[in-house]
Ligand binder design. Structure first.
Ligand code: SF4
Length: 503
C-alpha cells in the first residue's frame, strides 16, 4: 500500500516498517469478531490505523449490505466498543486491514483501509499489503481519463480499474485490473457474495489460507489463524487469485485463477524472515522461528566470537524482541565451534513508552532509547558481550545501545547482525529511511568504518551468500534481496516513493 514519502525521523527503534497486514474471512459466524482477533495478532505489521468491512444479506429487503468501521490507532483502540463488532458489523464474511504509513499520510483518514466503493456490480472493498511499482503511471492515466481519486493510496487504483473493466463478470473484472498492475500485492477483496485473495506473480508478500469451522480465512501471517483456532491449509501461490463463494463451502474447493499467463521467478521478501514476521508464524510455507535460528547459527559459523580461554564464557545478548530467536541460534552455533557461550538477558525493553521532553544539552534520541531500553548491569559487568541484532538501519539506536552496554561495565562488545548491510530502498512494501541516512551508505559500505561509528570491538554482518543459504529452497523458492544487493527484479518508477498528491 504505497502512500507517501519515506523518512520517518520519529522512528524510535530504527527498523524498517512493513506497510500493512490483511485478513479475510468467508462463511463463518461472528466474522467481524474473528477479523478483529486476526488483526490483533498481526498488529506488528501496522499500528497507525485499522478497519473492518463486513458483507451481510438482509432477508427483509433481499439486498447485500456492507458495514464498516475504521479509524486511526491500534486495533484495540479502534474497536474498543464491543457493540461495533457484535451488533454493527454483522455478516458471515469480512475483510480487515492494519495500516502503517509514514508521517505525511498520518492525517489522511481516507487512506485507512479497507477501501470501499459501490459500482455497477454492487459493493466491493479491498485491503492491500505491498506497493505497486507502476502506480504513478496508472494514476496519471486514470486522472487523464477523468477519474477522481478519494485517497492518495495506490490501492484505490485497483478499484478504479475494476470499475472501468469492459468485462461484465465481476471475477473477470478483478482479473482485468490485476493484469494492469505491477509490483507487490497481497490482497483481500470482499464483494457482496465472495471473498477474493490474490498475490502478485513474484509473491513478495506472504498470504496464507486457512480453514475455520465450515468457512475459510486468509491472512498475511499464520499467527492470525492460531488466535482463532483456524488451521493453515496452504499459501496463495504467486500469481494466483482464489475465489471463495457459496459453492466453495459446498465443494470445499476455492476457484483458482492465474493472474498472468507467464510464470515469474518468485521474489519472496527475505526481510520477512529476518525481521518482520512473527516467529510463531509460517511464512512462505516455513516456520519463521526455524529460519531465524538458522540465521543465528550460520552467523556464528561465519563470524564466531572466540572465548579467550577454556574457562571463559562468552555472554550473548539479544536486542529485544526481534532478534530473540536468532540469538538462540548464535549461542548454539558458537558453542559447537568450541566457544563456551551463554544466552543472557542483558537488555530489557519497556513496552510502555511515555513521552520524551526535549531538554537543553540532551540528545533526544538518547533519551528516547533510554525510555525504551535499560541494561541489566549484573549480566554485563566485566564480561565479553556479543550483541545480536537482525539489522542495522540508521545505526542511531545501535550506537545508543552500545553506549548503554558500555556504561553497564562490559569489558568487550562484539556486534553481530543476522543480515547484510542495508544500502538500498525497498519498492515493494517495506519502508526504509532515505538511502543517505542508512549507516552502511554513510560509511560507504565499509564495515570497519561502521564499527568505529558504533564504537564496538568487532562488527560482523551475515553475508548475502550465507543469508541465502539459510532460507528454504526445497520447493523452488527464490528471494528478493534488493535492499542489500541493489538487484531489483522489476523496473522501478524512480520517484515511486514520493507522492506529491499527498494531502
Ligand atoms: S527490497 Fe528488501 S525489504 Fe524490500 S522486498 Fe526486497 S528484500 Fe524485502
Amino acid at each position: 500500500m504505497q502512500m507517501t514519502h519515506r523518512g520517518d525521523t520519529k522512528e524510535l527503534l530504527d527498523k524498517p516498517h512493513e506497510h500493512c497486514a490483511v485478513f479475510g474471512i468467508f462463511g463463518c459466524s461472528h466474522a467481524a469478531q474473528m477479523t478483529y482477533y486476526g488483526l490483533l495478532a498481526q498488529q506488528h505489521r501496522g499500528q497507525e490505523g485499522s478497519g473492518i468491512v463486513t458483507s451481510d444479506y438482509d432477508q427483509t429487503d433481499q439486498k447485500y449490505h456492507f458495514r464498516s468501521h475504521k479509524d486511526f490507532g491500534l486495533v484495540n483502540d479502534v474497536f474498543r466498543n464491543d457493540s461495533i463488532l457484535t451488533e454493527r458489523l454483522i455478516g458471515s464474511s469480512a475483510i480487515g486491514h492494519n495500516r502503517y504509513s509514514t508521517s505525511g499520510a498520518s492525517d489522511n483518514r481516507q487512506n485507512i483501509q479497507p477501501l470501499i466503493v459501490n459500482y455497477r456490480n454492487g459493493n466491493i472493498a479491498i485491503a492491500h499489503n505491498g506497493n505497486l511499482t507502476n502506480f504513478r503511471t496508472l494514476r496519471k492515466q486514470l486522472q487523464d481519463e477523468g477519474t477522481i481519486f478519494q485517497t492518495t493510496s495506490d490501492t484505490e487504483i485497483i478499484l478504479h480499474l475494476v470499475a472501468k473493466s469492459k468485462e461484465t463478470d465481476q471475477i473477470k473484472q478483478v482479473l482485468d485490473a490485476l493484469r494492469c498492475i505491477e509490483g507487490a500485492y497481497s490482497l483481500v477483496i470482499l464483494t457482496n457474495d465472495k471473498l477474493i485473495a490474490a498475490r502478485d506473480p513474484h509473491g513478495w508478500r506472504p498470504l496464507a489460507v486457512g480453514k475455520l469451522d465450515g468457512g475459510y480465512v486468509v491472512a498475511s501471517e499464520t499467527c492470525a489463524f492460531d488466535i482463532i483456532k483456524a488451521s493453515y491449509i496452504c499459501d496463495v501461490r504467486p500469481g494466483e487469485m482464489l475465489v471463495f463463494d457459496r459453492e466453495t463451502l459446498n465443494t470445499s474447493e476455492a476457484k483458482s485463477f492465474r493472474i498472468t499467463k507467464e510464470e515469474h521467478k518468485p521474489c519472496y521478501c527475505i526481510f520477512e524472515y529476518i525481521y518482520f514476521s512473527r516467529p510463531d508464524s509460517k511464512i512462505f510455507g516455513e516456520s519463521v522461528d526455524r529460519v531465524r535460528r538458522n540465521l543465528g547459527e550460520t552467523l556464528a559459523i561465519e563470524h564466531p566470537v572466540r572465548a579467550d580461554s577454556e574457562d571463559e564464557t562468552v555472554i550473548v545478548i539479544n536486542v529485544p524482541d526481534s532478534s530473540n530467536t536468532a540469538t538462540l541460534g548464535f549461542v548454539s552455533g558458537n558453542t559447537e565451534l568450541g566457544n563456551k557461550s551463554k544466552y543472557e538477558i542483558g537488555l530489557i525493553r519497556s513496552h510502555y513508552v511515555g513521552r520524551t521532553f526535549i531538554q537543553p544539552m540532551q540528545d533526544l534520541r538518547e533519551t528516547k532509547v533510554r525510555t525504551k531500553f535499560n541494561t541489566v548491569r549484573e549480566v554485563l559487568k566485566g564480561e565479553k558481550i556479543v550483541i545480536i541484532d537482525d539489522s542495522i538501519v540508521r545505526g542511531t539506536t545501535s550506537k545508543q545501545l552500545v553506549n548503554l552496554i558500555r556504561d553497564a561495565g562490559a569489558r568487550e562488545i562484539h556486534f553481530r547482525v543476522t543480515s547484510p548491510p542495508i544500502r538500498f530502498p525497498c519498492y515493494y512494501g517495506m519502508d526504509f529511511p532515505d538511502p543517505n541516512e542508512l549507516i552502511a551508505n554513510r560509511c560507504h559500505g565499509n564495515v570497519e568504518e561502521i564499527r568505529k561509528d558504533l564504537g564496538v570491538d568487532t562488527l560482523e554482518y551475515l553475508s548475502l551468500d550465507r543469508l541465502l543459504q539459510s532460507v528454504p529452497h526445497e520447493n523452488g523458492e527464490s528471494y528478493c534481496t534488493g535492499c542489500f544487493s541493489g538487484d531489483f527484479p522489476t523496473k522501478i518508477e524512480t520517484d515511486v516513493c514520493k507522492d506529491e498528491n499527498e494531502a
